[in-house]
Design a protein around this ligand. Structure first.
Ligand code: ADP
Ligand code: TYD
Length: 208
């Protein structure tokens, strides 16, 4: 069975794993090859979803329960999908999205109790779309967390959950990749930026 071409590409990994850096590099590399590329992110990527972003990423860790977060992230995703992602795909663009539903599966689905089934059911009901290709930037969560904390922004609600949680998140992402090997490319993100970028581009080119 041949895989469909990758037009909708998502980037996943623990906080500070280099997703945003690699998203920009990948966009530049694909544009240099002549592709029309849209770079977007979650939570956010549309005006309404960016407003929800501030609600979920700022404030104390106990501001929302995991269940409420699932609703907020999914609401943001629905708006992002309707207004940004689907129109771009329809216009023939390649969409690179910094985080998507795998982040909800991991951060909300396993971090504070087992809510994976709730995430998947709501996703099926309200989103119903998976990425064609997901690049998982895998790295030591302690290093990722130290990089993420060094940024010092107000968007630290999830980083403030601490290292133990990030360790769980990493294992969760790897389990998702193992369960859907046709969708995932796992990339060793504990190296220099250029080496990681080369692997990411190779994985994408293999699927274009
Ligand atoms: P994420 O989007 O996954 O949180 P970022 O791309 O924002 O990650 O990277 C987090 C921090 O680490 C940034 O300050 C970035 O410049 C730096 N960084 C990214 N990739 C590397 C790398 N391969 N080696 C060293 N530092 C990196
Ligand atoms: P992001 O800005 O990508 O953070 P970072 O650059 O630190 O990787 O995402 C912000 C936070 O939102 C991140 O800690 C993960 C969390 N998140 C969820 O908990 N669930 C979700 O569905 C998404 C998309 C993000």
């Amino acid at each position: 069975m041949s895989l469909s071409p990758a037009r909708f590409i998502t980037l996943e990994g623990v906080d500070g794993s280099g997703k945003s850096t690699q998203a920009r590099l990948l966009k530049d590399a694909l544009e240099a090859l002549g592709h029309d590329v849209l770079l977007t992110r979650e939570p956010g990527g549309s005006p309404g979803a960016e407003e929800i972003r501030a609600l979920v990423l700022e404030g104390k860790t106990d501001r929302w329960s995991a269940e409420t977060e699932i609703l907020l992230f999914t609401a943001a995703r629905r708006d992002h999908l309707e207004r940004t992602i689907l129109p771009a795909l329809a216009a023939g663009q390649i969409v690179i999205c910094d985080r998507f539903v795998d982040s909800t599966r991991v951060y909300q689905g396993i971090s504070r109790g087992d809510l994976r089934e709730v995430v998947d059911k709501l996703h099926a009901l309200m989103i119903g779309r998976e990425a064609d290709l997901t690049l998982l930037f895998d790295m030591d969560p302690a290093l990722g967390l130290s990089r993420a904390k060094a940024r010092q922004t107000v968007e630290e609600r999830f980083e403030d959950f601490g290292l133990q949680m990030q360790v769980k998140m990493r294992a969760g992402f790897l389990a998702l990749a193992e369960a859907a090997p046709e969708r995932f490319a796992v990339i060793d993100a504990g190296r220099d930026i250029a080496a990681i970028g080369a692997d990411a581009l190779t994985a994408v080119k293999a699927r274009l």
